[in-house]
Design a protein. Structure first.
Length: 139
């Protein structure tokens, strides 16, 4: 089973598909997309199928810089980030919820940065995602 709710390579998810899969969390998905669109314009939203293990996800991109990844699941979604040390150190000083810091601190480090995902199920999860997006895009 793929990480994403959508695992059919031949069918890119539609808005109706997202609404059906995400249920009550669809407004949260729309909220982070709107937040990033307003804050980091110009913004593109690119859907990508990453194979049978991962399924479909979309990335929010400003010019050539990926802000975050959104991966739909059953009744919730994942927000994925890859962040450098500078952004992570600033985040550790901020007032992020302890569960978010725990995810960040236990995340694997790659050449391009530290990669982690958060489950988005409630408004407070969305608020943490906004803080993370701001830190990622800080100059």
């Amino acid at each position: 089973m793929a990480l994403s709710y959508f695992d059919d390579k031949e069918h890119q998810p539609t808005e109706d598909d997202l609404t059906s899969a995400l249920g009550e969390t669809k407004p949260l998905w729309d909220g982070i997309a709107a937040y990033c669109t307003e804050k980091f314009a110009p913004l593109t939203i690119d859907w990508k199928f990453s194979g049978a293990k991962w399924g479909w996800s979309c990335k929010l991109v400003q010019k050539k810089r990926v802000i975050l990844y959104l991966t739909p699941a059953d009744g919730f979604y994942y927000t994925g980030f890859v962040m450098g040390d500078k952004a992570l150190n600033a985040l550790r000083r901020d007032a992020l919820p302890s569960d978010v810091l725990e995810v960040i601190n236990s995340a694997p480090k790659y050449g391009e940065g530290t990669g982690f995902r958060l489950e988005i199920r409630a408004k407070q999860d969305l608020e943490a995602t906004e803080v993370l997006a701001d830190a990622k895009m800080a100059k």
